[in-house]
Write a new protein. Structure first.
Length: 326
């Protein structure tokens, strides 16, 4: 038996719904009476009550949605015992687009919300201190500029594994896509900020802190509509950073993806200075839309997938060395 939910304010539709429920009641009664006559059921079968109110009381209630309470899962993080050592697979943090932060202590079997007391629930990034698993950072504001986007209110820090939280700045960035922590010096961290989705603002790009988030400095800024879509640190050389900058603009009726501000930037001094990659070093011509990265540590190759207006799909490029990208 299927139960359908009707949503309408018209009298005609309401009448159809009432007639449908009455028909459902009659059908259920007929089926039950036939089953009693044939002796198909051994246990006593209750009679179906008549009338709309009685039918509604008889039908068991169940949750019809939304099916995904927290929306999209935007970030995952797990504590590490060291910079490149094994991961604690029992503890997992999950950030969601509109449902806050969730934590599991048994490898994902069960989850508990740990961010509900905060006044913002849109999450873009989660990171755990690689040397102290009790220190957790959460960047609010989903970094994916969708039309169902929710803005954030900065970056939050917990010193007790997510039991309590404190905002430590960057409120005007609106969206945070990535939090990167120096594996050798956890007090040093960088934040990739996409900026305001619905309009230009200066609070976007890459931010750096040398004191665990107490103070921040904007170290990479391109223009009012270009944010940092991805930020990657060389795990063997924490002073080397790659930033993928994305020039975009979201409006309620349209979306502009890619522009003159898009590009690949490299820093060799921990983010203090940046150099934009050019065609001479293998950079692809065109307005970049977005890119993401993966490290292959065995031979120090970094794969960058990119997409522009002229080419559809993602293409792997570039090899990293001590100077930059070739």
């Amino acid at each position: 038996m299927r139960i359908f939910r009707f949503q309408s304010s018209s009298a005609a539709s309401m009448g159809k719904m009432v007639n449908g429920l009455i028909c459902l009641s009659v059908c259920c009664t007929s089926v039950l009476l036939n089953a009693q006559k044939k002796g198909a059921a051994t246990d006593p079968i209750p009679m179906v009550p008549q009338g709309l109110t009685a039918v509604m009381d008889f039908i068991p209630q169940r949750n019809l949605g939304p099916g995904a309470m927290s929306g999209r899962v935007t970030a995952l993080a797990m504590p590490r015992t060291g910079a490149l050592e094994s991961v604690n697979r029992n503890v997992i943090y999950a950030g969601t687009a509109s449902g806050g932060v969730w934590k599991s202590v048994n490898g994902g079997i069960a989850w508990s919300p740990i961010f509900d007391e905060m006044d913002v629930q849109s999450i873009g990034a989660v990171a755990v201190d690689p040397q102290n698993p009790s220190v957790v950072y959460v960047g609010t504001g989903e970094g994916n500029p969708r039309n169902s986007h929710n803005s954030g209110k900065g970056i939050y820090k917990s010193l007790d594994g997510g039991k309590t939280w404190k905002c430590i700045g960057l409120e005007a960035t609106k969206t945070i896509y990535r939090i990167v922590i120096n594996p050798k010096n956890p007090a040093q961290l960088w934040v990739a900020a996409m900026g305001s989705v619905w309009g230009g603002n200066k609070e976007r790009g890459v931010y750096k802190s040398d004191d665990g988030g107490s103070t921040w400095k904007q170290v990479l800024y391109v223009n009012l509509t270009t944010g940092c879509a991805e930020l990657v640190i060389d795990p063997m050389n924490p002073l080397k950073l790659y930033a993928s900058m994305w020039d975009y603009e979201r409006k309620p009726w349209t979306f502009r993806s890619g522009g003159k501000g898009s590009g690949l930037y490299i820093s060799l001094d921990g983010g203090n200075t940046w150099q934009r990659s050019t065609e001479k070093s293998g950079y692809q011509r065109g307005n970049w839309v977005e890119s993401d990265w993966q490290w292959r540590l065995q031979n120090r190759i970094v794969y960058m997938h990119w997409l522009n207006r002229r080419r559809q799909g993602f293409i792997a490029v570039t090899m990293a060395d001590s100077i930059g990208v070739k």
